[in-house]
Design a binder for this molecule. Sequence first.
Ligand code: 5AD
Ligand code: FES
Length: 350
Amino acid sequence: MYGIIDKLYKTNNATEEELLFVLNNIDDDSKKYLIEKSNEIRLRVYGKKVYLRGLIEFTNYCVRNCMYCGIRAKNAKADRYRLTKEDILECADIGDRLGYKTYVLQGGEDPYFTDEVMIDIIKSIKAKYPNNAITLSLGERSYESYEKMFKAGADRYLLRHETASKELYENLHPGASFENRRKCLSDLKKIGYQIGAGFMVGLPNQTNEDLVKDLLYIKELDPEMCGIGPFIPQKDTPLGKEEGGTLEATTTLLGIIRLLLPNVLLPATTALGSVHPLGREQGLKAGGNVVMPNLSPTRVRDKYALYDGKICTGDEAAECRNCIEGRINRSGFEVEVTRGDNIKWQRREM
Ligand code: 5AD
Ligand code: FES
């Protein structure tokens, strides 16, 4: 065990068998050692900095039917909303004042937001805040669509691969293609976006073998960002009565990812904060260096209900800003008010 962790630390690599061995056999002492090593790497690459992203959840309409997700098309109980361009710009103003130099525009796959509509929103934000980064998270679209939005000024794109097991992927995403999801990620990369992949931990029927596939896929893809969080059941979905993923399993994977990809931007996710009151703090200590506080208007917060028990649904943006800074400081880290690009891109600009 310790030999494998040391190898990961020194070479940022491990074989399939070694990764599986770690996931199957990690205990309290070796976990402590893993976290120590991943924190060392994180401090070496990013110091104590934690980057902030203002998350704007701008539509909960979605044409997809992901089995785990509360905004799936077939969930008639979801109370649907769309933000207008004006709403989104207002969020951008508030965010800029709070020190968020990156906006994440996230939504379901909503046909209302055509390329033209998105381009107008992207250009309007960039006209006002040319130095702030725009990250999109709107699911699968065509190469041409991604390219147009990139040319309009979008900088980054988050598209979790969700799981690197084809069988599990197909069971969870009726009518969707495992191959197309991966093609989207490679298209985004080719176009020039900084990309974010990622997966859920503790999905029903997910094995450690599946999680090793996620780790190997992430290592090979080498994305700028990797978002991982526990699966959390949502009562109005087909998986509503299943068990959720745990804080422990998620922080182990965060630690391993930091060792595999020293430069990666690794969020301590809202889902992690939702399964444990100190989940995000534990995520930062395990190698996380990004948090994405909510910037959506309070009136729509609880409607973007991907899973039950989501934190921050009643809090104003400014409250989340203060709350998160306290949490970061108490974990021994510091808020960084910049765009917070991946370190490789920061060097490219210098
Ligand atoms: N539990 C945890 N994460 C979820 N997501 C969607 N539904 C759930 C759930 N029930 C995650 C997916 C998606 C991201 C925006 O939220 O990984 O990519
Ligand atoms: Fe939103 Fe703590 S980050 S209330």
